[in-house]
Design a protein around this ligand. Structure first.
Ligand code: AMP
Length: 543
């Protein structure tokens, strides 16, 4: 017997209409690419998102057509989140930090038909447009007056004129209703080996993820919070905050391209921000700025740190110097991203700070909806004793089933996804990452493929063998270092090897150093044992 309750599809358009109706005058503040501070509110965001939907209809874009964005965190990007997905198309957020060739590869793989870009990226768009034949329309996220006459981009319109011409049609616009399993957004991850892989979210997965994030032992913001999402909207939908914040009616402050400590601090204080979320590198810059200038935080209460492990000193500095609670979170693009969130239990409340601290420094407990287990290399489940460590596997309604256009099965027989992280699980459910089995390095929240770095090194005539490892870095969490075995009689210099990367990969992906070694440790199957190299250079200090 089935239940007799209504079966309303969970659609992204419902979120913005809810916010417009119940939190219509709640502010959405943005530091724009233009440099100024812009103010709007949820009612206007909804109105302009409807105009985006009408404008896409007028171009005859089919359901599920991909609309790409190359944009910072700001109100126009926010409107696209709703206008594109709400109207049944797929919002494809492209990471502007990638190498232009990789960006073009992604746009082609996704078959994007529209590409919307912030003016910061005009030179980049000019460079990749000839390589992106599927893109029929470009939208410059600005006023017509800000688009230079010699822009050099084919079929481009200025966003403001584009939506203004559809504003009348948007009055009385009704969002379409469709299956909640329809694709809503697409985000490519470089956190795996090989080409970037597309994670295709659905309306259902997005709404369930936002609802789970709203729980008070999770991100848990509410209608009295002012939230500054530092985490970019081009990286896992800014951890889902653009959906969560209108759902709970929080005031939003978008930082635009300025993520340095001074700019973030100004917005925190100026807009009375109470909550924020981002990777450790950004917080490092903020803490450095406040420390150097003797500043305090007057409204900030809580921040979520994830994307890389939260350094203990960061948790201490926020708590002891600034009175800010840090919650550690873990997740990945393939998980929308939230998997675990770090909060205490009743049993910890009477414990001393050092005990509480050791709990909070773990990556947190599974959010309801996420199943986790750790397994050995044969797939056998390991005990949840806080000591055994193994491959971390996850399952749940906002976790990937298959990569976009990659038919290969990626789940185990019980439907779990292999995260590529190595972790312990303790009897209270707290997970702690101890290592990473995937061959990638995470620097400032962005991925670097060690295999790509090694392949380039191996093409150098003086290199016999190369292994790229990530070593802990005080600012970027991790930076790549290349270990090289020279060919007999070859005398390559570090500078010569590093120069060899020029033009082949993005500058920030080039290793920081080259370490010449006699041999690279190999395992029984001939695979390089990078954990041994990491151990060998664990005391390495970056210059
Ligand atoms: P991404 O898909 O780019 O968001 O990266 C996800 C990966 O980042 C995870 O699989 C982990 O390797 C790493 N990661 C995310 N959060 C944390 C954390 N709190 N501590 C350690 N590593 C993390």
């Amino acid at each position: 017997m089935l239940g007799l309750m209504q079966s309303q599809p969970l659609l992204i358009s419902n979120i913005i209409e809810f916010a417009a109706l119940y939190h219509g005058d709640t502010e959405v503040v943005s530091r724009r690419v233009e440099g100024d501070i812009h103010r709007t509110h949820y009612a206007d965001v909804a109105k302009r998102a409807r105009a985006v939907a009408c404008a896409l209809d007028a171009w005859g874009l089919a359901q599920s057509a991909r609309v790409a964005t190359l944009a910072w965190n700001g109100y126009r990007h926010f409107e696209l989140y709703y206008g594109v997905s709400g109207s049944g198309r797929v919002l494809h957020t492209v990471n502007p930090r990638l190498h232009p060739d990789q960006m073009a590869w992604i746009v082609n793989h996704a078959e994007d038909e529209v590409l919307c870009f912030d003016m910061t990226f005009l030179p980049l768009i000019k460079a990749i447009a000839p390589k992106c034949p599927t893109v029929k329309h470009y939208v410059a996220l600005c006023d017509a007056s800000a688009l230079p006459v010699d822009h050099g981009v084919p079929n481009v319109v200025a966003y403001e004129s584009w939506i203004a011409s559809h504003q009348a049609a948007a009055t009385g616009y009704r969002w379409p209703t469709f299956d909640e399993n329809l694709a809503s957004s697409l985000c490519y991850t470089s956190g795996t080996t090989g080409n970037p892989k597309g994670v295709l979210y659905s309306h259902r997965s997005t709404l369930l993820h936002a609802m789970a994030s709203a729980a008070s032992d999770s991100i848990g913001v509410n209608g009295r919070d002012t939230v500054l999402p530092v985490v970019p909207m081009f990286h896992v939908n800014a951890w889902g905050l653009p959906y969560l914040l209108p759902m709970v009616g929080a005031k939003v402050v978008f930082p635009g391209p300025a993520l340095d400590g001074k700019s973030i601090y100004e917005l925190f204080e100026g807009e009375r921000v109470t909550f924020s979320a981002g990777v450790p590198t950004v917080w490092q810059m903020l803490l450095g700025h406040m420390d150097a200038n003797g500043l305090k935080l007057s409204t900030m209460k809580r921040t979520t740190i994830g994307g890389s492990a939260c350094p203990p000193a960061m948790l201490d500095a926020f708590r002891d110097k600034y009175g800010v609670t840090v919650n550690h979170a873990w997740g990945m693009t393939e998980m929308s991203p939230l998997g675990t969130y770090g909060t205490l239990k009743v049993k910890h409340m009477e414990a001393d700070w050092l005990t509480q601290r050791s709990v909070l420094l773990k990556q947190g407990r599974a959010v309801f909806g996420v199943d986790m287990k750790i397994v050995d290399d044969a797939g056998i489940e390991l005990p949840r004793d806080g000591k055994a460590y193994g491959n971390l596997m996850v399952r749940g309604p906002w976790i990937i089933d298959q990569y976009f256009r990659e038919p290969a099965k990626i789940l185990d027989t019980e439907g779990y996804f292999h995260t590529g992280d190595v972790a312990t699980l303790d009897p209270d459910g707290y997970m702690q990452i101890t290592d990473r089995s995937k061959d990638v390095i995470k620097s400032g929240g962005e991925w670097i493929s060690s295999i790509d770095i090694e392949n380039i090194a191996m093409a150098h005539p003086a290199v016999l063998m190369a292994a790229c490892i990530g070593l802990p870095h005080p600012k970027w969490d991790e930076r790549p270092v290349l270990c090289v075995v020279k060919k007999p009689d070859a005398v390559p210099s570090k500078e010569e090897l590093l120069k060899f990367y020029e033009g082949k990969i993005a500058k920030w992906q080039v290793p920081d150093d080259v370490l010449f070694v006699d041999a690279i440790p190999l395992g029984a199957t001939g695979k390089m044992q990078k954990s041994k190299l990491r151990e060998q250079f664990k005391d390495y200090k970056f210059a």
